[in-house]
Design a protein around this ligand. Structure first.
Ligand code: SAM
Length: 162
């Protein structure tokens, strides 16, 4: 990855938290909304068997060196994810933080999960009240208990298996 390009990305300890969950639950396939420069993508590609990532920007500075990364370019609000339903053990939502996008990404994430999969949302904080509201409402409407990891901006749910 190009380290000279600086964009908002997950902190090292947040990626490590994701890594711990991946190891603990043996998660193999991941999907990420919001590639940016690919820092989290690269980290996850070293932890998982396969990672898909989507970004609206075609030139985000990412260099996908790992062969297990599939990069999608498009607007997550209109992208057709139907071919990816039921394929992922974890989905990370870190694309547009506007409420209507978070809502759409969350709905798609749920369809893309398999078994006892996890959904993570990043930037769940006071700076993003709209995101917080949408995530809380989404979890309430599906009966998911929202969990957080102290000291990070990550919150997550684990779906009870199908
Ligand atoms: C906070 S950054 C992602 C950071 C990345 N997950 C990381 O940890 O390194 C948000 C990204 O979402 C992308 N994005 C914004 N709106 C989007 C949309 N509608 N569809 C897909 N990607 C979008 C932006 O281009 C940006 O690269």
């Amino acid at each position: 990855m190009d380290n000279k390009v600086k964009r908002e990305t997950m902190k090292e300890y947040e990626k490590q938290f994701l890594g711990q969950i991946i190891l603990k639950y043996n998660l193999r396939n991941a999907f990420e909304f919001g590639t940016s420069v690919g820092n989290t993508t690269e980290y996850l590609s070293n932890m998982c068997a396969k990672i898909y990532t989507i970004d609206i920007k075609p030139d985000s500075g990412i260099e996908c060196k790992n062969k297990n990364i599939t990069r999608l370019i498009g607007d997550s609000a209109t992208y057709d994810f139907s071919g990816l339903y039921g394929k992922f053990d974890m989905v990370i939502i870190d694309g547009s933080h506007k409420p209507k996008y978070v809502k759409r990404d969350s709905r798609n994430a749920l369809k893309m999960l398999r078994g006892n999969g996890f959904i993570f949302w990043h930037d769940f904080d006071l700076v993003h009240p709209g995101l917080v509201r949408v995530v809380r409402r989404f979890c309430r409407s599906h009966g998911f208990g929202l969990k957080s990891e102290l000291g990070t901006k990550l919150v997550f749910i684990r779906r009870k298996g199908k």
